[in-house]
Write a protein that binds this ligand. Structure first.
Ligand SMILES: [Zn+2]
Length: 167
């Protein structure tokens, strides 16, 4: 039951007489009306609000990144627990999702893998080659061998792609 006393006011929006504690100080509209006005504003001004937030983030980049760093450092333990709990609870969902993605995006994935293997720098390819020989050092591997190793990578990828198409 609402008790009306001398602090009671009549809301200028809904016209109801309500106790003073249901008004924000110095406002003519009741809390309930104010909430509705705010909610309507948020709905009608989504783009404006988003732009405003983006502008704030852009102007406060350094501040935000410092805050995030500090927050992560101070809460490292609880963050990592939350992550692992979430991963455990959603393992099946994520496995199914990535399997579905792989199935529906075979071409995209193989294009990406191709681009990645073309981009492997020479020194890494040379390093792999040194694993076949005890005397060769990365710096001694001739370009010819690097190219040959790249061909091998292409060959393996093609075999994999063909096998994937078959199943
Ligand atoms: Zn009202």
């Amino acid at each position: 039951m609402t008790i009306l006393d001398e602090s009671s006011k009549t809301c200028s929006r809904c016209g109801m007489k309500k106790p003073g504690d249901q008004f924000y100080r110095r406002l003519l509209q009741c809390r309930q009306c104010k909430r509705e006005i705010k909610a309507a504003y948020r709905i009608n001004n989504k783009d404006k609000i988003a732009a405003c937030k983006a502008a704030w983030r852009a102007a406060n980049k350094a501040h935000i990144s410092a805050y995030q760093k500090r927050y992560c450092a101070e809460n490292a333990e609880s963050i990592s627990k939350k992550k692992s709990d979430h991963a455990k609870a959603n393992r099946e969902r994520y496995t199914a999702r990535s399997a579905k993605y792989r199935k529906n995006n075979k071409e995209k994935i193989s294009d990406k893998n191709r681009a990645l293997s073309e981009r492997i720098p020479d020194y890494l390819v040379a390093y792999r080659i040194t694993m076949y020989s005890k005397i060769l050092k990365s710096s001694d591997v001739p370009q010819e061998l690097i190219e040959a190793r790249r061909e091998l990578i292409r060959l393996k990828r093609l075999i994999k792609e063909i096998s994937n198409e078959k199943c």
